[in-house]
Ligand binder design. Sequence first.
Ligand code: RP5
Length: 162
Amino acid sequence: MTDVLILMGSDSDWTVMKKAADALKEFGVTFEAHVSSAHRTPEKTLALVKGFTGACIIVGAGAAAHLGGVVAAHTVRPVVAVPLNSTPLAGLDALLATVQMPAGIPVATMAVDGSKNAALFALSIIATGDQSLRDRLEEYRAKMAAEVEAKDSKLQKLLREG
Ligand code: RP5
């Protein structure tokens, strides 16, 4: 059983969605990733969702982007969606189609192209039942904070030196 299922509407989505896969890898969380479209391969999408027994599903899709809603309609597992910038509307189309889900079927929507946060959000969900993963997420944030502090020290030094 893998922890996370990543679905994307097209292989053209992989460049962005790979960042989610990389973040999951970094935390040692297992995943499978598939190209499966809500409208081009609806039966395959349904089979993948119904067959998934892990914790969380991440979807990435551009354009009308109903993949998140369609996936969420078939599972009560948490669905985290990444609206993708893949049309002349620069992701606004995908964002609105995903974030404005009617009440009853929630889809947790990240920023346009926000695939890394999708992985981190999925990790937070999994971490509710996994102390060691929770600790690693705390360490990750502490490291980020230290990096910001280092950048500020550098800026302060520059300002002092005029
Ligand atoms: C969506 O249409 C996909 O998620 C992709 O972002 C967009 C364009 O797909 P391709 O024409 O590149 O296959 O379904």
